[in-house]
Design a protein around this ligand. Structure first.
Ligand code: HEM
Ligand SMILES: *[C@@H]1O[C@H](CO)[C@@H](O)[C@H](O)[C@H]1NC(C)=O
Ligand SMILES: *[C@@H]1O[C@H](CO)[C@@H](O)[C@H](O)[C@H]1NC(C)=O
Ligand SMILES: *[C@@H]1O[C@H](CO)[C@@H](O)[C@H](O)[C@H]1NC(C)=O
Ligand SMILES: *[C@@H]1O[C@H](CO)[C@@H](O)[C@H](O)[C@H]1NC(C)=O
Ligand SMILES: *[C@@H]1O[C@H](CO)[C@@H](O)[C@H](O)[C@H]1NC(C)=O
Ligand SMILES: *[C@@H]1O[C@H](CO)[C@@H](O)[C@H](O)[C@H]1NC(C)=O
Ligand SMILES: *[C@@H]1O[C@H](CO)[C@@H](O)[C@H](O)[C@H]1NC(C)=O
Length: 547
């Protein structure tokens, strides 16, 4: 069974309640983690592409931060605010055969976060986030809120990105259609052109230099292309600018000159006056830019780093038939966020209840490392691994933070629910993996699950995301496929074992899946149970076996 689901999955994500308190687990845990963990232990490494701000993967002339911001702008500016079409929806990657979207920057941009693209992180959400990551890495200090829920376009949208030769009137009407005033237009261009410059490879008539892609020469817009600052404006106002879109000999293509001077320099003078004004205005206009989305998209409220967040890394039956339970707790230690939460004076333990919800067995954790997020966020990690008596099982846990110097312990209960753990389905991680051998372009993924025997009368299936290449488009399509598990006949304790084998394309074996056990209505003769699932598991390759 195949269901095309790209829009459906993201629509579900977008419906995330605004304002309600966070309860773990959540569908947006993944996107929160991509945003929050930029450096250090368990970093998701989005910022690596733009740290430092000059970073360009050792390709001469390339600056990823500049490319990412420019890509978001080109994707957004074809928005129609009346018809509510276009905006940040990833349609840019279907539009690269247009002169207005020339060069390699747009594909490069997606290439950098392709590894983060999944059923829980749309290409459009990642593009929006890339603007924030770039802004932060290049010295922007005003926090730009990140809202998630953008839905990826499946095809090109209308054309209309302004080009250097576009007349002012056309530019103004293009921005107005997208929902931006005259002053907004000037501000947005100035804020964008504080980074990067014009590339000889793409615009040899504007930027002198080689047209060899390995010998690109950049004529920068201002004297500090790696700094998110107002020198784009101060240099312009002083008349010292070397911006190639201002001082070029051919006025037809001097677009920044036309734009910046179009309101008698009022906006540019204001931006030049004070760095803090530039900073505030740019954060605001970038926020509006990335939140310009078509109808059907409902953006979430700004995503904030979760204060206390657990992650179960293992819950499986080992060779002895014991239940291994391992995981970690992420504690937000950001300065000022929680007074007195200092990693050096903190210990963390869990207490868990058995399958019936009874008891409070303690599990100690150990500090394992720290990580950093954007705009000064920090986190500390505490890890544990323990063995649980399989007949007793586990249903939930609470998290306790102790400040030893004050002998004070605070208990976190996940808004009173406890942090749920369902031992009715165990993913046998150690025995599940994708074969290292490729046969006819596919690699076999064998997944093994232990299922509570009380559930074996209803279906157990895997819902796996398949990535499919599209001709000429760098963003792969996602399809959801459902595969039934079959009982192996083996049992251990309350569990029966199941297996499923999935052939995955050699070029797209790395993917995510859910394991779903359907519910059953209570009948006279037997007890019913609810549907349950393990979500967003990741395939991994089998360990090398020495022969
Ligand atoms: C509206 C009129 C605009 C025109 C005509 C224009 C034109 C250009 C041109 C010709 C380049 C050089 C590209 C290359 O050499 O590959 C460029 C670069 C850039 N543009 Fe614009 N732009 C405009 C607005 C904006 C806006 C609103 C933003 C962002 C908010 C932006 C962000 C950038 C960035 C960051 C670069 C540097 C890219 C790099 O160094 O790789 N531009 N722009
Ligand atoms: C849990 O941790 C793993 C790494 O061990 C990570 O890949 C995964 O994204 C985390 N899941 C959540 C929801 O935080
Ligand atoms: C790179 O371009 C510059 C400027 O056009 C030129 O002087 C230089 O010889 C080129 N180098 C190579 C290796 O092509
Ligand atoms: C100026 O640029 C325009 C647009 O690219 C072009 O048509 C025109 O020939 C150029 N003029 C000169 C003198 O190079
Ligand atoms: C705007 O500023 C530019 C650059 O300093 C200058 O050349 C131009 O004359 C100014 N325009 C007006 C109307 O003041
Ligand atoms: C994170 O850990 C490193 C290495 O142990 C340490 O040097 C650093 O001070 C820690 N940072 C924070 C914010 O706790
Ligand atoms: C691989 O493909 C060839 C040709 O289509 C076929 O004869 C062979 O049986 C396939 N091998 C496997 C293991 O599926
Ligand atoms: C972008 O990537 C796609 C898919 O790899 C490719 O077909 C296309 O030619 C690329 N476009 C550019 C402008 O490099």
């Amino acid at each position: 069974m195949k269901v095309s689901f790209v829009a459906g999955v993201f629509a579900a994500l977008a419906s995330f309640a605004t304002g309600s308190k966070y309860v773990w687990p959540s569908e947006y845990d993944e996107i929160e983690e991509i945003l929050s963990l930029q450096g250090g232990y368990l970093s998701r490494r989005f910022a690596d592409g733009v740290v430092p701000c000059s970073e360009g993967g050792n390709v001469k002339g390339r600056q990823n931060a500049a490319e990412w911001i420019r890509t978001a702008f080109h994707d957004m500016i074809t928005h129609n605010s009346k018809k509510k079409t276009g905006g940040v929806d990833g349609s840019i990657w279907f539009e690269l055969n247009r002169a207005e979207n020339g060069g390699l920057a747009f594909n490069n941009t997606f290439n950098f976060f392709n590894f983060l693209y999944s059923s829980r992180a749309s290409a459009a959400d990642l593009l929006a986030m890339s603007v924030i990551v770039s802004h932060s890495s290049c010295g922007g200090s005003t926090k730009i809120p990140f809202r998630h829920g953008r839905i990826d376009a499946g095809e090109a949208g209308p054309a209309g990105v302004p080009e250097t030769h576009t007349p002012l009137k056309t530019m103004l009407s293009r921005f107005a259609t997208a929902g931006y005033s005259h002053a907004d237009m000037i501000t947005m261009v100035a804020c964008g052109h504080t980074l990067g410059g014009v590339h000889s490879v793409n615009f040899p008539e504007i930027s002198k230099g080689s047209t060899n892609i390995y010998n690109d020469t950049v004529t920068t817009f201002d004297g500090s292309p790696y700094q998110f600052d107002n020198s784009i404006a101060t240099e312009y106002v002083k008349g010292t600018t070397k911006n190639p879109l201002i001082i070029g000999t051919n006025d037809t293509v001097n677009s920044d000159k036309r734009i910046f001077g179009s309101d008698k320099n009022k906006t540019m003078k204001a931006l030049a006056k004070k760095p803090s004004v530039f900073e505030a205005k740019c954060a605001k206009i970038f926020s509006r830019m990335i939140d310009t989305v078509p109808k059907g998209v409902k953006l979430s409220s700004p995503l904030e780093a979760i204060d206390i967040k657990p992650n179960i890394t293992k819950l499986y039956l080992n060779d002895e038939g014991s239940l291994v339970f391992a995981g970690r707790v992420r504690v937000r230690t950001t300065e000022g966020a929680k007074k007195g939460r200092d990693q050096a004076d903190l210990s963390v333990h869990l207490t868990y209840a058995n399958r019936k919800g009874k008891g409070a067995t303690a599990i100690q954790t150990e500090y394992a490392g720290n990580s950093t997020g954007l705009y000064g966020e920090t986190f500390a990690w505490y890890e544990y691994e323990t063995v649980i008596e399989p007949s007793a099982g586990i249903s939930k846990f609470n998290i306790h933070l102790t400040v030893p110097s004050k002998k004070k312990t605070t208990k976190y209960t996940n808004q009173g629910h406890g942090y749920p753990v369902d031992d009715a389905i165990l993913y046998q991680d150690v025995e599940s993996c994708v074969s290292r051998t490729s046969v006819n372009g596919t690699r076999a993924f064998v997944a093994r699950v232990a299922l509570d025997k009380d559930r074996t009368s209803s279906a157990l299936r895997m819902e796996i995301v398949r990535f499919e290449k599209r001709q000429g488009v760098i963003v792969r399509k996602m399809d959801l496929e459902s595969i039934d598990f079959a009982a192996t006949g083996e049992e251990s304790g309350i569990w029966a074992f199941y297996e499923a084998t999935v052939q995955l394309s050699t070029s797209a074996w790395s993917t995510t899946f859910d394991i779903v056990s359907d519910g059953k209505k209570k009948t006279k003769g037997s007890a019913g149970y609810d549907k349950t699932k393990m979500e967003f598991l990741r395939t991994r390759t089998c360990a090398r076996v020495s022969s």
